[in-house]
Write a protein that binds this ligand. Structure first.
Ligand code: NAD
Length: 431
């Protein structure tokens, strides 16, 4: 099938490459000419393990191309995927649908035949109806919209796209989107992958509800961590003990500095705002608390660092990790950078290091001091904060780090470091 993917960021570039991998002819479209040029040469402009090989293989095979031209996209595609960003609106909690609207406005007037558009971006419930109305006034061709939310995790994007836990498709009654999706995803569906076909509102809500649940789980364990701290209990052992219950599960129960990234924070805020608009006050209230617990963890980490150093004014701190999670160079709403920035504002000299996210971090926070290695970041530090759980940091030798620091306090913002080894080596371990 001839497929276009409109927007080739983290989601779109991965989706385009993986659809080509399934054997389709794919055209990726982006307004960023630099990104289009890089992808056309088979280069992935962000860090995603495994994606460069899939992209290059399919570009070289001629199944995958990229363009900035919507006229070309309209002519080429039998089906179009929307994969542009839906960030938080400036100064509000709601999602900004500017880019999704722009895709429809750019594509639809160029259409030369009836078509199916499948949305993959994460959108507030009701968006498909709005886009359908938007398209109707822009063309005389029949444009069918269906929503096919994406659940990929950065760092596992290729496997999550080619072997997803499930596929979800929200359709209009009587349309052909389900048949089209079944053809596109045939190799995936052949493996008995669960396929949920719903109405569009349900499909839109499945995605934001999944993210809201995960965010709630993280904020839940962080709220428990606060009680543990007050009561002298150990939240890691507690999470291990409750997590073996299959109804609860151990994943997403790691207490620490909380969630960040390009999705969870803005998605729960958009869901909060949309729930409020719809008069669903409990979801609104719940997500407000989840967000507040999460942001409070960042402030608390700064307090712990201040306490460890006596004062942040004039202190030197090392921050290990900038990406919002390991195996990614994504620093959007990263707790690590946010904490580093807050400590710097309070007068600390902050030296940061991340194995993959240095360039993105430099662009976002140019005033931090960027080291070339974890050890260099730690040179002369009064305290060392581990804020992204990269394996490289977990494997640091306490004695070697002690050889370059001024103080001996390790602040483990992810509860990921081998505590005993650090304490045995004479370090004060804090979380
Ligand atoms: P991104 O910012 O990495 O990519 C968006 C891309 O869209 C950019 O390359 C941008 O240049 C391009 N773009 C903007 N306007 C355009 C237009 N009019 N036409 C064509 N391209 C345009 O964002 P992302 O992380 O890929 O997220 C995209 C969507 O997918 C969001 O709704 C997000 O919530 C959702 N999502 C993301 C992930 C993830 O892990 N990143 C996972 C699931 C869902």
């Amino acid at each position: 099938m001839k497929i276009t993917v409109l927007g080739t960021g983290y989601l779109g570039a991965t989706h385009a490459a993986c659809m080509a991998e399934l054997g389709h002819e794919v055209l990726g479209v982006d307004v960023d000419a630099g990104k289009v040029a890089a992808l056309s040469e088979g280069k992935v402009p962000f860090h995603e393990p495994g994606l460069p090989a899939v992209l290059k293989r399919n570009v070289d095979a001629g199944r995958l191309r990229f363009t900035t031209s919507y006229a070309e996209a309209a002519e080429f595609g039998d089906v179009h995927f929307i994969a542009v960003g839906t960030p938080q609106r400036k100064g509000e909690f709601a999602a900004d649908l500017t880019y999704v609207n722009a895709v429809v406005d750019s594509l639809v007037p160029h259409l030369t035949r009836d078509t199916v558009i499948l949305g993959k971006s994460t959108v507030p419930v009701g968006t498909t109806d709005l886009l359908r109305a938007r398209a109707r006034v822009a063309t005389t061709y029949a444009v069918e919209f269906a929503w096919n939310p994406e659940f990929l995790r950065e760092g596992h994007a290729v496997a999550d796209t080619l072997e997803p836990d499930r596929l979800v498709l929200g359709v209009e009654p009587g349309g052909r989107a389900e048949e089209v999706a079944r053809e596109i995803y045939a190799p995936i569906l052949e493996r008995q992958t669960p396929f949920f076909v719903t109405d569009t509102a349900t499909a839109e809500l499945v995605k934001v509800s999944a993210n809201a649940f995960l965010a709630t789980k993280i904020s839940f364990i962080n709220a428990v961590a606060e009680v543990c701290e007050a009561a002298g209990a150990d939240v890691v052992s507690l999470a291990d003990a409750i997590g073996v219950d299959t109804r609860i599960g151990r994943r997403f129960l790691n207490a620490g500095v909380g969630f960040g990234g390009g999705c969870l924070p803005k998605d729960i805020r958009a869901f909060m705002a949309r729930s409020g608009e719809l008069g669903a006050s409990h979801m609104h209230g719940l997500l407000r608390e989840v967000d507040s617990i999460n942001m409070g963890r960042r402030t608390r980490m700064v307090d712990v660092a201040r306490d460890a150093c006596g004062s942040l004014l004039g202190a030197k701190v090392a921050v290990l990790g900038c990406a919002f999670k390991p195996d990614s160079d994504d620093v959007r709403d990263s707790p690590a950078l946010n904490i580093a920035g807050q400590m710097q504002l309070q007068g600390a000299a902050v030296s940061v290091y991340d194995p993959e996210a240095m360039d993105n971090s430099r662009r976002l926070f140019p005033t931090l001091d960027y080291a070339t290695s974890a050890l260099e970041a730690c040179k002369g530090a009064d305290a060392v904060l581990v804020l992204t759980e990269w394996r490289e940091f977990r494997e640091l030798e306490p004695d070697v780090v002690a050889g370059v620091t001024r103080g001996r306090t390790l602040i483990d913002g992810r509860n990921c470091m081998p505590r005993e080894a650090w304490e045995t080596a004479g370090w004060t371990y804090r979380t």
